[in-house]
Design a protein around this ligand. Structure first.
Ligand code: FEO
Length: 171
């Protein structure tokens, strides 16, 4: 049976992943309204990915016989100051999530929960990829100054991103 401290931390993470999904959905709406369908697509897929992260935690808690406690999710930000601002905020958010995952690992070590340590490894690796992806886009955006023809080209590229549920392929 999962220990209470571990269970509480996992429930907090379900909430954090759900928050992430809605944050990116809100960013997707912002890009749609700004006439950038490719960026909107990229963020919509990000929203879907975060849902799979929340679901992965949800299923794990159930599997361990724990009680899932779904919490309130606060109002999302809706106003941003252009594409660079959105991706700066995405980067900051992913860094925050990396910190939360690291804290979860700390709790699993403290509680001597080896199963949970093993489960969390997927998320540790995922965060490396998430941060790298966002940094790459941010670097390109800064190179083209977040405007002009470069944005148009990048928007077309962002349109090609497709959703893949990586939680199902890397167990
Ligand atoms: Fe679920 Fe983007 O971290």
């Amino acid at each position: 049976m999962i220990k209470e401290k571990m269970l509480n931390a996992l429930n907090e993470q379900i909430n954090a992943e759900q928050y992430s999904s809605l944050l990116y959905l809100s960013m997707s709406a912002y890009f749609s309204n700004a006439g950038l369908p490719g960026f909107a697509n990229w963020m919509y897929i990000q929203f879907q990915e975060e849902m799979t992260h929340a679901n992965k935690f949800f299923k794990y808690v159930i599997e361990r016989g724990g009680k899932v406690t779904l919490k309130t999710i606060e109002q999302m930000p809706v106003d941003f100051d252009g594409v660079i601002d959105v991706f700066e905020k995405t980067k900051a958010h992913e860094q925050l999530v990396t910190g939360l995952i690291n804290n979860l690992v700390d709790v699993a070590i403290e509680e001597r929960d080896h199963a949970c340590q093993s489960f969390l490894k997927w998320f540790v690796d995922e965060q490396v990829e998430e941060e790298a992806n966002v940094q790459e886009i941010l670097d390109t955006l800064k190179l083209i100054n977040g405007q002009g023809n470069g944005i148009f080209m990048l928007d077309r590229e962002m349109r090609t991103r497709v959703f893949v549920d990586s939680t199902q392929t890397a167990e």
